[in-house]
Every structure is written in C-alpha cells, then in structure tokens.
Design a protein around this ligand. Structure first.
Ligand SMILES: [Zn+2]
Length: 142
C-alpha cells in the first residue's frame, strides 16, 4: 500500500518549509529518504540510505535531523513497544498496523466519514488533538 502524499509535505529542495524550518542539506537529505520509500524506516535505516547522497553524515546527525523534522511536524515518530522508533512522512490522520510475521508496518486510514467518537466512548467534551493508534497482528494467508 502506497500512502498518498500529504498536503502538508514540503518540497525538500526548498530552503525553508511552511513551519519556518531551515532545510539544511542534511535535513533535506533525511527528509528525501523518508519521502522516497514510505516503509517506516528506523533511524538506522535512514542513516544507511542517506549515506549514498551524504557520505559524511553521522548517525547522530541523522537522529538530530529526524528529531527536528518531528518537532516541526513534517514527520511522525512511530513507537512500538521495545522497538526502535520508526519514522513516517504521512501526515494524514492515520494509525499503524504492525505485521508481526513480516515486520512490515502498514498505514491504516480511517474509513471515510468515520469519527473516533463513533467507535470510542470518549469522555464528554473531549477534543482530540493528536491520534496515535498502533495495532499489532498479522495478515491472514487465506
Ligand atoms: Zn505511517
């Protein structure tokens, strides 16, 4: 499944994004890697991929870039228990399904028109500002 490009994503070649983040060469490189293959890579995966373009970049710098991109809400950090964080450039509201058999993490979108309040018994007056839905399981082979 290929995620649709987010309306909020920015041109990684531009000097600055809408949030005012200064896109340094390293940040651009890291962001490009995330946009190129939307398979929820770990920081280490990103490091291995970005080294083709930026051979002198360090893992610490990659972590730094990822942190800044997450802070500026260009990228989402996805955490599954006891596993290294994954990174996702899909900014549409969505959850993640971790296939424990293959290790693949799938984006899971809401069905059209469905609100969280339709399926969850939320406290009255709750205003949801951020959604983090992580599901674990496997795809049946049938
Ligand atoms: Zn995702």
């Amino acid at each position: 499944m290929q995620a649709k490009p987010s309306s909020k994503s920015v041109n990684p070649g531009s000097a600055e994004d809408a949030s005012g983040l200064r896109m340094t060469r390293q940040r651009q490189g890291v962001y490009r890697v995330l946009l190129a293959e939307r398979d929820h890579p770990t920081a280490n995966d990103v490091f291995m991929r970005v080294k083709d373009k930026l051979p002198h970049i360090s893992l610490a710098t990659v972590y730094n870039c990822l942190e800044v991109l997450v802070e500026h809400r260009l990228v989402r950090q996805v955490n599954f228990e006891r596993e290294p964080s994954r990174y996702c450039p899909n900014l549409e509201e969505h959850g993640h399904f971790h296939d424990q058999h293959t290790g693949v993490i799938h984006d899971v979108k809401f069905k059209p028109g469905v609100q969280l309040g339709d399926v969850l018994d939320l406290p009255s007056g709750a205003v949801i500002e951020d959604v983090e839905i992580n599901l674990r399981g496997q795809l049946s082979l049938a």
